[in-house]
Design a protein around this ligand. Structure first.
Ligand code: NAD
Length: 436
C-alpha cells in the first residue's frame, strides 16, 4: 500500500520505518526540514533500538522518503496516518493545534484527489476530537463528506519509547475506530500479519480506549508505589509482595472487577481498605491513591441515590440489595445505604432479593438484619412481581438472573435505574444505567 505519515517524531518515525520494512511505499511529512533531510539521507530522526537500520535500509531501497510537501504526499498515497504531537496546554487541556493544522492541509489536498483516500488519526486525542475537530476540519478543507468521499479512522498507538519497534510488531491489541466499513477494511490490511487481537469499533470508543489504557497504566504505577511505601515502612519487601500479587491472574490482573457499575461493599473490601489506609496514616505515610478509594466508592453511592431521587417518584422498588448476586450478605451493602437514605427522605419502598429471605437466614446475617437494620426487614416482599405492581421507580441493585426479564415487564410510567447493567441497552426512555 502507499502510505503518507504526518509527523516524524517517535510514533511517525517508528511507523514509517516499520511500514516501509514491511514492503509498503511510505512518504513521511514534517514541517521540520531537518527531520525530512535526515530521513532522506537514511538517518533516523529519533533514538530508538533498531529504527536506524530500518530507516537506512528502506530509504536505500526506495520504499521510504520524506517531504515537506503535503499535496505530493496525499496525492501519492492511499492512506495518511496523522502522528503529530498532542501536547498539554498550561491548564492541562489537550492542545490540538497541530492536529487542526494537519487536517486543514490534508483536507486541501483531498479536494484535488479523485480516488478514495483514508485519513487515520494515530495521535492520542480525547473522545469527541474526531467528531468535533478532525472530521469537520477535513470536510471543510476538502469540500467532501467523510465516510462517503473519503474515509476516517482512529487507530491509537500503543508503543512504548525504548521498545518501540518491538511494540510496533507485538502490540497488545490493534484498535480500529472507523467512520465507515470501507475505511476500516483498508486499515485492517495494514495489520494483516500482526498476531494481536484486532478490534473494530466506532471512533469515539477507540479514542476512549487509549485514555483508559494510559490512565490504567498510571494507576498501576501509583498503586505499586504506594503498596511499596507501606511495605518498606513495616519491613516487608514490596517487590516480593507485588510479584506474588501479579501471579494471581484470576482476580488481580484480570477482567474481574473491571465493569463500570455500582459501588463495592460486603464484609471485606471496605473494611480492609479502611484498615490499610488507617495503618498507613499511623505510619505517617501520605498515600493519595489508596486514600481516594473509599471516597470514590461513596461518590458512586451518592450518584445512584441522586439518580433515583431525580426520577421524581415517591414509590421505589429495589430488586436485589445484598452487595452482589448470589449472596445473602448485607453487611456494608451500598444498597442498604441507599435504602436508608431514601427512607430518611420519606420515600415508600418495597425490596426483593431472592437470597435475602428472613426465614432462611442464620448466624451473622440474621443477627445483622434483626439487630442492625430491622426497619429494612419490614419492607421485604417475596417476589419481583410484588415490587413491579407497587413501584414507580425500580432500582436494579444486583445482577441476579431473574432481573434480566425486567425491561419487558415495565408498565407505562415506570422507570428503571440499573446499577449493574442487566441490559445492554443504552440509557434513554424508561431505562437509565448508572454509568452507560
Ligand atoms: N511517544 C510515544 O511513546 C507515544 C506512544 C503512543 C502514542 N503517542 C501519541 O502520538 C502522538 C505523537 O507523539 P510523538 O511522541 O511521536 O510526538 P513528537 O513530538 O515526537 O512528534 C510530533 C511530530 O509532528 C510534527 N508536526 C507538527 N505539525 C505537523 C504538521 N502539520 N504536519 C506534519 N508534521 C507535523 C512535529 O514537527 C514533530 O516532528 C501524540 O499524540 C502522542 O500522545 C505517543
Amino acid at each position: 500500500m502507499k502510505i503518507s505519515i504526518f509527523g516524524l517524531g517517535y510514533v511517525g518515525a517508528v511507523s514509517a520505518g516499520c511500514l516501509a520494512s514491511d514492503g509498503h511505499e511510505v512518504i513521511g511529512v514534517d514541517p521540520n526540514r531537518t527531520k525530512v533531510d535526515l530521513i532522506n539521507q537514511g538517518v533516523t530522526p529519533i533514538i530508538e533500538k533498531d529504527i536506524g537500520e530500518m530507516i537506512a535500509a528502506t530509504v536505500k531501497s526506495g520504499l521510504l522518503r520524506a517531504t515537506v510537501d503535503v499535496r505530493d504526499a496525499v496525492l501519492g498515497s492511499d492512506m495518511s496516518l496523522i502522528c503529530v504531537g498532542t501536547p498539554s496546554q498550561l491548564n492541562g487541556n489537550l492542545d490540538l493545534s497541530h492536529v487542526r493544522k494537519v487536517c486543514e492541509q490534508i483536507g486541501a489536498a483531498i479536494k484535488d484527489k479523485d480516488a478514495f483516500h483514508v485519513v487515520v488519526a494515530r495521535s492520542t486525542m480525547l473522545p469527541g476530537s474526531m467528531s468535533n475537530l478532525v472530521i469537520p476540519t477535513l470536510e471543510a478543507a476538502s469540500g467532501k463528506k467523510a465516510g462517503v468521499d473519503f474515509g476516517v479512522c482512529n487507530n491509537p498507538e500503543f508503543l512504548r519509547e525504548g521498545t518501540a519497534v518491538y511494540d510496533y510488531y507485538h502490540p497488545p491489541k490493534t484498535v480500529i475506530g472507523e467512520s465507515d466499513e470501507r475505511a476500516g477494511a483498508l486499515l485492517v490490511e495494514l495489520y494483516a500479519k500482526m498476531e494481536a487481537p484486532l478490534v473494530r469499533t466506532n471512533v469515539e470508543t477507540a479514542e476512549m480506549v487509549k485514555y483508559t489504557d494510559n490512565t490504567w497504566h498510571a494507576v498501576k504505577v501509583a498503586f505499586a508505589n504506594e503498596i511499596g511505601n507501606i511495605c518498606k515502612a513495616v519491613g516487608i519487601d514490596g517487590h516480593k509482595v507485588m510479584e506474588i500479587f501479579c501471579q494471581d491472574t484470576k482476580l488481580n490482573l484480570s477482567s474481574y472487577y473491571m465493569k463500570p457499575g455500582f459501588a463495592f461493599g460486603g464484609s471485606c473490601l471496605p473494611k480492609d481498605v479502611r484498615a490499610l489506609t488507617y495503618k498507613a496514616r499511623s505510619l505517617d505515610l501520605d498515600l493519595p491513591l489508596l486514600n481516594s478509594i473509599l471516597p470514590s466508592n461513596q461518590k458512586q453511592v451518592d450518584k445512584g441515590l441522586k439518580m433515583i431521587m431525580d426520577k421524581g417518584a415517591r414509590k421505589v422498588g429495589i430488586l436485589g440489595f445484598s452487595f452482589k448476586a448470589g449472596t445473602d450478605d448485607l453487611r456494608e451493602s451500598p444498597l442498604v445505604d441507599v435504602i436508608e437514605h431514601l427512607l430518611g427522605k420519606g420515600y415508600e419502598l418495597k425490596l426483593y432479593d431472592k437470597n435475602v429471605n428472613l426465614a432462611a437466614l442464620t448466624g451473622a446475617n440474621q443477627d445483622y438484619i434483626l439487630n442492625h437494620i430491622p426497619h429494612i426487614s419490614k419492607l421485604m416482599v417475596d417476589s419481583m412481581e410484588e415490587v413491579l405492581a407497587f413501584a414507580e421507580t425500580i432500582v436494579v441493585g444486583n445482577g441476579a438472573a431473574e432481573f434480566k426479564a425486567l425491561p419487558g415487564l415495565l408498565k407505562p410510567g415506570q422507570s428503571v435505574v440499573d446499577l449493574v447493567r442487566i441490559s445492554t441497552e443504552q440509557s434513554g426512555g424508561q431505562y437509565d444505567g448508572i454509568c452507560w
